[in-house]
Design a protein around this ligand. Structure first.
Ligand SMILES: Cc1cc2nc3c(=O)[nH]c(=O)nc-3n(C[C@H](O)[C@H](O)[C@H](O)COP(=O)(O)OP(=O)(O)OC[C@H]3O[C@@H](n4cnc5c(N)ncnc54)[C@H](O)[C@@H]3O)c2cc1C
Length: 387
């Protein structure tokens, strides 16, 4: 089938199936299952693990059509954008068989368990312990800011397995059953009024040996893989609704504001140019990735640009709408939600300052940040403080 025909069929399917206002996890699971059955979930993922085995061209064609619709798949954003790609890259064949297809079919929701109260930007300072036990591991500790964990069936966990080693070398990546005894999930309310993330407590949780990803004590290199996927998926909008669903996007603002005012026109042009440039940059990174050229730290540049663009759109919407921008409408959504969620994008997936550090260090080859914590055993560090 040529690309135009693929695109036409994708649009026809979206018109038929992308139900406006479909909310909740049950609706999301149903939608993912329908998307899988129609061949639009995991379009460019490997066929042998449940994907469609098509090219990036089809993936991008579907994404371009989907921008005009509201797809209720937010609960799957972490699994599709970060955990699934990590399993495809680093899992054993048995793990890929066990976890990838159920994710793409909407049967399993995943969350990413990295950040802790004392370990965000400096995630290698994390203190959650995984200790060897009969046939696996026993986990104790706490995570925080975990998106979609209140719905999750499985979590990609980073835990400390060696306190004698320097902090980056004593970590291990494990997959945890979020319904296992000893896992407590407490939703946190953010300023949008929603529970977009959670705090999680682990109390003697058993993880079977077959849930180890990569090698014991090599979790940092696994985490780097996840973080690279995370930045690309955030900037590419994996699992997010399209521009039409964002009241602070160019498409929506153009419809509701006075486009005869030259100052407003000038601001809208800037929003359009920045959105378009980022879309093209993301397409290029996605195409390179599928061609085997991993974009590495340029994914951090894309994530930084998206955070800045989102906040520019929100500030513009506030200046145009005035106080109404923060007045909640009946369903608690709309502009107020877009405006109050925008600042979170400058933090989640790595803060703007950390993205700039990475771009400076690894894209521009500027001198790296000085550090004094590299070769010190973790047990001798004052954790929770930047060293
Ligand atoms: C909406 C949202 C969703 C999230 N979802 C998840 C999730 O699903 N899973 C997960 O594990 N985590 C998640 N997080 C956590 C996120 O990764 C962290 O918030 C982020 O890494 C920052 O860590 P922190 O909040 O501890 O801030 P800190 O690391 O304490 O940073 C505080 C401030 O200091 C600055 N700073 C820190 N170090 C440096 C430095 N070296 N150079 C310059 N400035 C620096 C930061 O930029 C920031 O401004 C989410 C966060 C948000 C907001």
């Amino acid at each position: 089938m040529d690309l135009e025909e693929y695109r036409r069929r994708a649009r026809a399917w979206l018109v038929e199936n992308a139900v406006e206002g479909a909310e909740g996890v049950a609706a999301a699971r149903r939608f993912m299952a329908a998307m899988y059955d129609a061949g639009y979930s995991g379009i460019s993922w490997p066929k042998e693990w449940g994907g469609q085995g098509l090219t990036q061209a089809e993936e991008l064609a579907f994404a371009a059509e989907a921008r005009d619709f509201t797809l209720p798949i937010y609960a799957f954003s972490i699994g599709l954008g970060m955990c699934g790609p990590t399993i495809v890259d680093l899992g054993t064949d048995e793990q890929r068989r066990r976890w990838v297809r159920p994710l793409l079919r909407g049967e399993r929701i995943w969350c990413q368990l990295f950040s802790e109260p004392g370990a965000g930007s400096d995630v290698a300072s994390l203190q959650t312990r995984a200790e060897p036990a009969e046939d696996g591991w026993i986990v104790n500790g706490q995570k925080v800011w975990t998106s979609v964990a209140q719905y999750a069936d499985l979590g990609l966990l980073l835990a400390r397995t060696d306190v004698e080693a320097p902090k980056h070398r004593g970590l291990t990546m494990l997959v945890i059953d979020m319904h296992a005894p000893g896992v407590t999930v407490r939703p946190l309310k953010d300023m949008s009024g929603r529970s977009n993330f959670n705090e999680i407590f682990f109390d003697n949780v058993h993880i079977p040996a077959e849930n180890l990803i990569g090698q014991v004590d090599d979790g940092w290199s696994c985490a780097v893989t996840t973080l690279l996927h995370e930045r690309l998926s955030i900037s590419g909008g994996v699992g997010m609704s399209g521009a039409r669903d964002n009241p602070a996007s160019f498409e929506r603002l153009r419809e509701v504001v006075d486009t005869g005012d030259p100052i407003v026109r000038d601001q809208l042009v800037e929003l359009y140019v920045r959105s378009r440039a980022l879309t093209l940059f993301n397409q290029r990174l996605a195409e390179e990735t599928r061609a085997g050229v991993f974009p590495g730290a340029r994914g951090s540049a894309a994530k930084l640009l998206l955070a800045e663009l989102t906040n520019f759109g929100a500030d513009l919407a506030i200046s145009l709408a005035g106080p109404e921008a923060v007045a909640y409408d009946d369903d608690g959504g709309g502009l107020a939600r877009a405006v109050s969620q925008a600042p979170g994008l400058s933090l989640g997936g790595g803060t703007n300052e950390i993205m700039r550090n990475i771009v400076g260090d690894r894209v521009l080859n500027l001198p790296p940040e000085p550090r004094s914590d590299k070769n010190v055993p973790f047990k001798d560090l004052k954790v929770g403080t930047q060293q």
